[in-house]
Design a protein. Structure first.
Length: 410
């Protein structure tokens, strides 16, 4: 039943990815809304004691009158809506995707032996440790005296992200490095919600219910972390989508490109935050963003000088597929039907990099991508796109038989 397992695994991956997208949209949407709401609050003459500002909004055929209390209202309202599960499920589904794609498929997606010749176990351990390390370092910086100055803290956080971008690209494949930089940042963001924002809000609610006056410091701390999340959101989205753009992750200066993406996230958010706050229309931010993007595009065209051309031996997993009956026929099919695009220097007109960074020129590379070849060109007809290279049904059936033979151990 190997055929069923492969299809089911692809279905599981798709389902978890869809869940991640759904919850991510919900989290990002609520985050952006509340930041815009907070910045758009205005004072009014008839506001009750403790109210910081209010705003009138119109949406869906109705009007909304919203007030914000800087600390808390005098009495606990009967109904209170909490915003937390969007963040929690986004992180949990994202971690599930990390495990499904990069841990289970570590030989293919996580480890690049031309970057660092490490075992999959070591790579996974580094991955897990780095996510925990990121949160601990960030949290301690925020709680230290250094964190009292938010601008200074944000600059140091950017430098930390630059260091992590460089570090990840020295250990993992380019694709995995970008994904991990996104996961590193997303862990900080979800950690802010789970460990800081929600506990602080619970303290305030408990004080209200007990008849005590809540301490304003809890709201101030939560606001700082929420602001950080606001500026980190756009770069995280880029990192999560970067696997579709090999010119970003599979180039010589990928870590610099990743660093520039964080700066672009800041400039874009600064524009919208300024608009929402009514403090001006800083169109210069779009000029800066465009210039940063041009620099990133230029860096993506610089030739890579790493040891990509090394003749590395087959990994144990690759050897299984390379020695299975039917491999020679599949190899000829892939090299004849696929390698004109999936090459280090594609010859197909309009392509300047292999799609998704997948290169299928050598036997080792074909064996490494056995599962993808099976699903994309055997089970489905997704590849080649539009069957431009006229792969026949017989050739597709050969791919299916080869894969099933290799995975069945026969």
């Amino acid at each position: 039943m190997e055929y069923d397992f492969a299809v089911m695994w692809s279905g599981l991956s798709f389902a978890v990815r869809w869940l991640h997208v759904i919850t991510g949209i919900a989290w990002i949407g609520s985050s952006f809304y509340f930041i815009a709401l907070d910045l758009g609050l205005r004072p009014a003459k008839d506001m009750p004691e403790g109210a910081h500002g209010e705003e009138w909004q119109v949406h869906g055929g109705g009007f909304y009158h919203i007030r914000k209390y800087l600390v808390a209202p005098k009495e606990m309202p009967d109904h209170l809506t909490w915003f937390k599960w969007e963040s929690y499920v986004t992180w949990l589904s994202g971690f599930a995707m990390l495990a499904i794609v990069y841990y289970v498929g570590a030989d293919l997606y996580l480890v690049d032996r031309t970057v660092a010749d490490i075992s999959t176990t070591t790579a996974i351990a580094i991955s897990l440790a780095s996510l925990g390390f990121g949160w601990l370092i960030y949290d301690q910086l925020c709680k230290s005296k250094f964190g009292d100055d938010n601008t200074r803290l944000m600059i140091l956080l950017f430098l930390l992200l630059v260091v992590m971008a460089w570090g990840y690209t020295q250990v993992f494949s380019g694709r995995a490095a970008f994904l991990h930089l996104g996961a590193f940042t997303a862990t900080i963001m979800s950690g802010n919600v789970f460990f800081i924002i929600m506990p602080n809000q619970r303290i305030v609610v408990a004080d209200l219910r007990a008849g005590r006056i809540p301490d304003a410091k809890y709201g101030k701390i939560a606001k700082q972390r929420s602001t950080h999340n606001n500026y980190l959101t756009l770069p995280v989205i880029f990192m999560m989508l970067s696997n579709h753009y090999p010119l970003a992750f599979a180039t010589e200066y990928n870590w610099i490109i990743a660093s520039l993406v964080f700066l672009m996230g800041v400039t874009i958010r600064h524009y919208f935050n300024s608009i929402h706050a009514g403090t001006g229309n800083p169109t210069w931010t779009w000029i800066v963003t465009a210039l940063l993007f041009v620099v990133a595009m230029w860096l993506s065209t610089v030739a890579k000088t790493s040891a990509d051309d090394q003749q590395l031996g087959f990994s144990p997993q690759q050897q299984i597929f390379a020695s299975a009956d039917g491999f020679s026929a599949v190899r000829d099919t892939v090299q004849g039907r696929c390698s004109m695009c999936h090459a280090k220097e594609p010859v197909w007109e309009g392509l300047i990099a292999p799609p998704n960074g997948v290169v299928l020129e050598t036997e080792a590379q074909i064996a490494a991508h056995a599962y993808q070849i099976y699903v994309q060109s055997g089970v489905s007809h997704a590849m080649p796109p539009g069957n431009l290279t006229n792969i026949s049904n017989t050739e597709r059936q050969q791919i299916v038989r080869w894969y099933k033979t290799a995975t069945s151990g026969s």
